[in-house]
Design a binder for this molecule. Structure first.
Ligand SMILES: [Cu+2]
Length: 119
């Protein structure tokens, strides 16, 4: 799966954060001044599934939350060791980004991709 191997370099730059139970707030995509950011998965079929937003720019030390409720199973995969569960509903997969850089990820089920830019 080429989309998966592209994300391998991320390595230790992202750190898993213990899953919490806090309710997600409104979509704060693109609001770089916020400390947490939210990405979801939209679409209804193979051709339309996508991360929204596809590219998100954040500041070092901020956390990105992914959640979705879809008609198919998806995942968020940065590397073999940094990834979410594969499920049609994920309520709060989150990662804290401790280093600057551009971190690509994908859903390895469908191959669509996303990108977190940490500046
Ligand atoms: Cu998918």
């Amino acid at each position: 799966m080429p989309a998966h191997t592209r994300a391998i370099f991320v390595g230790a730059a992202v750190a898993a954060v213990a899953a919490g139970s806090a309710a997600l707030g409104p979509d704060v995509a693109g609001a770089a001044k916020k400390h947490t950011h939210h990405v979801t998965i939209k679409g209804t079929d193979f051709a339309s599934y996508r991360f929204a937003p596809k590219k998100l720019t954040i500041k070092k030390g901020q956390t990105v939350h992914w959640s979705w409720n879809s008609n198919a199973s998806h995942n968020v995969t940065f590397s073999a060791t940094k990834h979410s569960a594969t499920a049609s509903q994920v309520t709060d997969f989150k990662l804290k980004f401790k280093k600057k850089g551009t971190f690509a990820y994908s859903c390895t089920v469908h191959g669509f991709t996303g990108k977190i830019v940490v500046d």
